[in-house]
Design a binder for this molecule. Structure first.
Ligand code: HEM
Length: 154
């Protein structure tokens, strides 16, 4: 085999390797979802979340456990802010703009029982909307750590 022929074979082999590596990389990247918005989709996207937050806030206003906190709330504003927040934490294309959770809830003297009541009302609203149980739990897992900023009273 001549030196020229050896070089040519090496070149062909290298090119084949590069091409297959590129093809593999392409195949791999095509199955990796870019933004992970699976939870957002399970909630029906922004429209689904907006409907859910409408119902949730209406329930908060009438539930005897939460009514005193929410009866004077600016409902359209609260619904819109909650929709953005749940959209954001579920991986959707939103960003909650507004004061920090700790500042919003300061001076409300919210206790653990009040927080749990709100979570139960949210579960009622999610059940009414037919959100799958696993998706409900994943959403609650996103919200639960916020208790540190929200519960300010014993
Ligand atoms: C994980 C639990 C909670 C989340 C994610 C949450 C989220 C929010 C958000 C996004 C706002 C709107 C803030 C703004 O004006 O930009 C808000 C306001 C408010 N939250 Fe919460 N909150 C939670 C728990 C609670 C609890 C347990 C209570 C009381 C029982 C409560 C009472 C209120 C009230 C009274 C407002 C003001 C409504 C108004 O006048 O507009 N929140 N909350």
């Amino acid at each position: 085999m001549t030196l020229h022929r050896t070089r040519q074979l090496l070149l062909t082999a290298t090119l084949a390797l590069m091409t297959s590596t590129a093809a593999q990389a392409q195949a791999t990247s095509s199955v990796v979802p870019l933004p992970n918005d699976a939870l957002f989709q399970q909630f029906g996207g922004r429209a689904g979340l907006s409907k859910l937050m409408d119902d949730f806030v209406e329930r908060l206003v009438v539930d005897p456990r939460t009514e005193r906190f929410f009866k004077n709330a600016n409902k359209p504003h609260l619904k819109a802010q909650l929709t953005d927040q749940l959209c954001e934490v579920s991986g959707g294309p939103c960003k909650l703009k507004g004061p920090a959770m700790a500042d919003v809830h300061a001076n409300m003297a919210i206790q653990k029982g009040d927080f749990n009541a709100l979570v139960e009302v949210l579960q009622q609203a999610m059940n009414a909307q037919g959100i799958p149980f696993g998706a409900q739990n994943r959403m609650l897992a996103q919200l639960a750590p916020m208790h540190r900023d929200i519960i300010t009273a014993d």
